[in-house]
Design a protein around this ligand. Structure first.
Ligand SMILES: [Zn+2]
Length: 112
């Protein structure tokens, strides 16, 4: 792993978290493990994908539910998550230390 700014090879891993990426018209989900790194030389923090693997959509859904179950989510967040998972419209779920960010694809942002 190299620093994205200065290219130094000495970076510390601060944390990692899973990201589930589901594309429209796909029977597969992409499970990414994303890491947050800090460069020892210039102190820049950056994200990088540590691991990526494909997973059957059904298995991925189970995994999402599992991850969800491990977290104590507010009801509102849980509802939002479920709605978005159901919608399956370019869902990009990022699950990090007790927080769920559901990033929707550009198609659902601008309705027109
Ligand atoms: Zn650096």
């Amino acid at each position: 792993m190299k620093c994205s700014r200065c290219g130094a090879g000495t970076v510390d891993q601060i944390k990692t978290w899973p990201t589930v990426r589901i594309s429209r018209n796909s029977k597969e989900a992409l499970i990414l493990t994303t890491g947050l790194y800090e460069c020892r030389s210039c102190k820049t923090r950056f994200r990088a994908v540590v691991e990526r693997r494909k997973m059957d959509l059904k298995d991925a859904m189970d995994k999402i539910r599992n991850m969800e179950a491990q977290l104590t989510l507010a009801t509102r967040e849980r509802t939002q998550l479920e709605e978005r998972v159901k919608a399956l419209d370019g869902v990009d779920l990022e699950i990090a230390s007790g927080e769920i960010f559901a990033l929707l694809g550009p198609s659902s942002r601008s309705s027109g």
